[in-house]
Design a binder for this molecule. Structure first.
Ligand SMILES: O=c1[nH]c(=O)c2[nH]c(=O)[nH]c2[nH]1
Length: 293
């Protein structure tokens, strides 16, 4: 009979977001936590007895509950706490391996706003497309994967309800998205001076971030329009901007079964499915040219 070799089990990639609310100043920790447990696990493999098996679902719940109960000072400290809990709590578990990826967020600094807006560190890509037919020029530039998050000042209420609607109204939710933006420059004639491309890029990026941070959001659609509007208003060289914004849902974790209150502090960051909100914002009187697919 073959023998059972090394084995381990647990919940991989639990996406936990912990918000600490220090008055209007919020702090964010965003982790992907993978738990792998090993020990006396022969029976579950060989006879099917689950007597030594702490469910992977429980390991996931423990991650969320510990985020609330102990906070997340650092990934190392959080991982040590989890590993100690699993190994000391159950005689059958001999080893716990905790892997954590932490995603870094920087504050979006805008004058006069509360401090609950963040931009993910180092993921965005600058893009451009130039089309020339020997006479005219068309320059469509933009960015992708500019990930932003507001930890408050976002609602979603008053929407249509039909027999399939279960979504509760949200009065204070996380609003997070990966900004995908393409904007078309008005410049098309080489005899006219071309825009300062780097300056225009920096300005559009700054306006997108500022409008995201400063808008009290009633929907992602409304925030999208404000972002596009800010770019068009501040950049005379840009005639049209198309935004594609995935709504990166963050669900409040129910901690009540563990005797803990979740005061908008611990969220499960779902990766899919996601809402996808797309629209073009145009300077008055210009025809739309950016492809909508
Ligand atoms: O900002 C939002 N817009 C929607 O259209 C929508 N739909 C949904 O389920 N959640 C949200 N959020």
């Amino acid at each position: 009979m073959p023998t059972l070799g090394q084995n381990q089990y647990g919940k991989a990639e639990t996406r936990v977001v912990r918000i600490v609310r220090d008055g209007p100043v919020h702090h964010i920790k965003d982790l992907s936590v993978s738990v792998a447990l090993s020990g006396d696990m022969d029976e579950v493999h060989l006879s099917g007895s689950n007597a030594n098996v702490l469910p992977t679902d429980t390991t996931k719940n423990t991650v969320f509950a510990f985020a609330k109960r102990h906070g997340i000072a650092s990934p190392e400290q959080f991982a040590i706490r989890l590993a100690r809990h699993f190994v000391t709590g159950r005689a059958a578990i001999h080893t716990a391996r905790i892997r954590i990826e932490e995603y870094g967020w920087d504050r979006i600094e805008t004058p006069g706003t509360a401090r609950h807006s963040f931009v993910r560190r180092g993921q965005e890509t600058r893009t451009t497309q130039v089309v020339h037919d020997g006479e005219r020029w068309e320059v469509v530039s933009g960015l992708t994967d500019l990930t932003v998050l507001n930890s408050t000042d976002s609602e979603f209420r008053g929407f249509v309800r039909d027999e399939y609607t279960t979504l509760p109204e949200a009065r204070d939710r996380i609003l997070a998205t990966d900004v995908h933006a393409r904007w078309r420059y008005g410049w098309s004639d080489e005899r006219e001076p071309a825009p300062d491309w780097d300056r225009a890029y920096a300005g559009a990026r700054r306006d997108l971030l500022a409008a995201f941070a400063e808008t009290y959001s009633l929907s992602l659609q409304q925030t999208l329009y404000r972002m596009g509007e800010r770019v068009i208003e501040n950049a005379p060289v840009i005639d049209e901007i198309r935004l594609s914004l995935p709504n990166k849902h963050h669900f409040l974790v129910d901690l009540e079964p563990f005797g803990l209150e979740n005061d908008n502090e611990v969220y499960f960051a779902a990766d899919r499915p996601y809402g996808l909100i797309e629209a073009t914002v145009l300077r008055d009187g210009v025809p739309p040219r950016i492809a909508t697919d």
